[in-house]
Design a protein around this ligand. Sequence first.
Ligand SMILES: [Zn+2]
Length: 65
Amino acid sequence: MKESLCICGGHVVWKKEPVKIKGKDFGELEVGRCDRCGAKFLHNKTMNMIEHKLKESQEGNIYEY
Ligand SMILES: [Zn+2]
């Protein structure tokens, strides 16, 4: 278990959680949550993967026509 600090000074606790963004299910990903302000964090790697998949599905819709 990694621990990082939030900008508010609270501790960010990382754990696996089901992630759903824009109606797309990404399964269980490592999500960080601040124990003080409740802010949510994602690893850069995870964010890139999500952006890539969202882009992919948008392009997929275009090619359906
Ligand atoms: Zn915080």
